[in-house]
Design a protein around this ligand. Structure first.
Ligand code: NI
Length: 250
């Protein structure tokens, strides 16, 4: 099921079958000269919806599509939440879903820059329960789409050089597979972008003038993306099935 394409009675009925919901999460931020601003949340959403297409019992919630992207704010179109704001918003999403009986809230993430903030939000939610001497009543999970078995390995086989760490050909290929009408063509010079640390937005743009970090996104094709989507979706279906079977949660 897709939550925003369902009615409340349908969700109430779903809760009698499963208390797990998958929330795609990402970021709206620049992805170099050819990458879409929505790349990070699009990748999570595309993979979650593919998993749902393969197993309609998986409930996918609305996409959390603005994340912690302060370092990209030197590029037009990027939108960011501060870490402190994002933690509060995540807490309210979790509280809302938990109120209705969801017990496992599984965030499928597409943006590395979100990871510390999501993990800190989880700790805050658990801390509230600990100080109140009660159970949290909810299990919070974070999985990055490239963590599913074989996915990162496949991306590095597809792109042995120039995979990089931002505006990667793998993530751009996934969006190309799902949105071929939005494939962009633009020069990337040098072909493999420089790497470097991540600090504030002005520093980021000075180090990475076209937005890429260590990547050569011109290698991306829809066929690469389709293979990555298929493998990641398979991993997501398997993990949700394992959760339903009572497997210990990583
Ligand atoms: Ni990205």
């Amino acid at each position: 099921m897709i939550l925003h394409l369902s009615t409340w009675p349908e969700i109430e009925a779903q809760l009698t079958r499963s208390r797990t919901i998958v929330i795609p999460i990402g970021s709206t931020e620049q992805h170099g000269p050819t990458g879409l601003l929505g790349t990070d949340w699009l990748c999570s959403e595309i993979i979650a919806h593919r998993a749902h297409a393969e197993d309609s019992g998986i409930l996918v919630g609305p996409t959390f599509n603005v994340g912690m992207a302060q370092h990209h704010l030197g590029f037009p179109g990027s939108i960011s939440l501060r870490p402190s704001t994002m933690m509060l918003v995540l807490r309210d999403w979790v509280s809302s879903l938990s109120m209705h009986g969801f017990e496992t809230i599984y965030f499928l993430n597409g943006h590395g820059g979100n990871i510390p903030t999501i993990e800190a939000a989880f700790s805050e939610i658990y801390a509230e329960a600990s100080y109140a001497k009660r159970r949290a009543g909810v299990t919070l999970m974070l999985r990055n789409w490239w963590q599913f078995p074989g996915v990162d390995e496949l991306a590095h086989r597809q792109f042995p050089t120039g995979h990089g760490s931002h505006a990667q050909p793998s993530e751009i290929a996934i969006t190309q597979a799902a949105y071929p009408e939005s494939i962009k063509v633009a020069p990337c010079d040098p072909p493999i972008a420089p790497s470097g640390p991540i600090r504030e937005a002005i520093d980021f743009r000075a180090r990475h003038p076209d937005g890429r970090m260590g990547s050569d996104p011109l290698q991306a094709t829809p066929a690469h993306g389709e293979a990555l989507i298929a493998l990641a979706a398979k991993g997501l279906v398997a993990e949700i099935e394992a959760l339903a079977a009572g497997a210990d949660q990583a």
